[in-house]
Design a protein around this ligand. Structure first.
Ligand code: SAM
Ligand code: SF4
Length: 335
């Protein structure tokens, strides 16, 4: 299939990257992401796998070149491999450049070989600490050994792994050098993410927030960090670390303006399209999808939504009210 069109937003940005949260459920409960006692969506509200495929296909026809499945935990959605197999046809046809995943890695050992077969070349695995007890604490019930086995399986299958770690004050800040040496030692890039104030959690976000500018300054006391123009299509800024020979990325939504080159929109598992991670405005695509067998209605609804994509986000960790800037959890849109 040839790319037929492009989606250009009001600020001239070409929307070529779709992130799809295929489920809001997860087998972990990371303390910065979810409350322990989360209420998940009723299953009947979810788009079926066929509907997700149809919607993603419309986006691909409208110019999306990169598709990332996320969640919740994408690999806990029942039969998700069927969806991935279906979507892989767009790689084969050349309509899509990349089909990828952000995962907590817990189910990766089972799926890695099949993911590679489908044409998945790179994945992001989230891992905030290498200490098994701390891993259990931050995920509330995750087993680090399963994740490590998943990473092994992915690398054996020839999939490139990037590690994502949320930088958390007084939790993993002192461990970041070790996490980086470990990741780089295994040929994996490491990207550090600042906590974003999304959704009510049980902890106080102002206690967790660690500005990456100070993290970078403290790393620079031990390591030689050189800015490089490396880009993966995301908002991370990368440095090369001379001592390890690896790459370190920083995603700083709060301290930097990361919106100017924003090329992405986010679809939830109920068919709601968020034009910005840090804004509440959204468009319902499910109704248009279900209203007709043809794709014209949903295509028009997408155009209308892209026409409202805002210039940037309003994230702020509000010390006065201690309320999240955005009421939905990160697991709704998948980060
Ligand atoms: N379950 C998968 C995982 O953990 O990789 C995919 C979904 S998760 C919501 C995507 C990414 O968002 C993870 O790297 C996670 O650490 C990050 N994340 C979750 N809540 C966050 C928050 N409040 N601020 C910053 N990053 C967050
Ligand atoms: Fe689950 Fe990922 Fe959120 Fe952790 S960050 S609770 S693994 S969705």
């Amino acid at each position: 299939m040839q790319q037929t069109s492009q989606m250009i937003d009001p600020f001239g940005r070409n929307i070529s990257y779709l992130r799809v949260s295929v489920t809001d459920r997860c087998d972990f409960r990371c303390t910065y992401c979810m409350a322990e006692d989360m209420t998940f969506l009723p299953k009947k509200d979810l788009l079926t796998l066929e509907e997700l495929d149809r919607l993603c296909t419309v986006f691909v026809e409208k110019g999306v070149r990169k598709l990332r499945l996320t969640g919740g935990e994408p690999l806990v959605r029942k039969n998700v491999m069927h969806l991935i197999r279906q979507l892989a046809r767009h790689l084969d046809s050349g309509a899509l450049d990349e089909l990828t995943l952000t995962t907590n890695g817990s189910q990766l050992a089972r799926h890695a070989a099949e993911l590679a077969e489908c044409g998945v070349r790179r994945i992001n695995v989230s891992m905030d600490t290498l200490d098994p007890a701390k891993f259990r604490e931050i995920t509330r019930w995750g087993d680090i050994d399963k994740v490590l086995r998943g990473i092994d399986a992915a690398q054996e299958a020839g999939i490139k792994v990037k590690i994502n770690a949320v930088a958390l004050k007084d939790f993993n800040d002192r461990e970041i050098p070790d996490l980086m040496r470990w990741a780089h030692g295994r040929g994996m890039d490491l990207t550090l993410i600042e906590t974003m104030p999304m959704g009510e959690i049980d902890a106080d976000r102002t206690d967790q927030y660690l500005p990456l500018s100070s993290m970078r300054a403290s790393l620079a006391e031990t390591f030689t960090l050189t800015d490089i123009p490396y880009k993966t299509g995301g908002p991370a800024r990368y440095v090369e670390v001379e001592e390890t020979g690896g790459r370190l990325g920083f995603i700083t939504p709060l301290t930097h303006n990361f919106c100017e080159n924003c090329n992405r929109v986010r679809l939830t598992c109920t068919g709601t399209l968020y034009m910005c991670l840090g804004q509440e405005d959204a468009a319902d695509l499910r109704e248009a999808l279900r209203a007709s067998e043809g794709n014209e209605l949903v295509s028009n609804a997408i155009d209308e939504a892209i026409g409202r994509k805002p210039k940037g986000h309003d994230f702020v960790i509000d010390r006065a009210t201690r309320r999240p800037a955005v009421s939905r959890h990160m697991s709704v849109t998948g980060g």
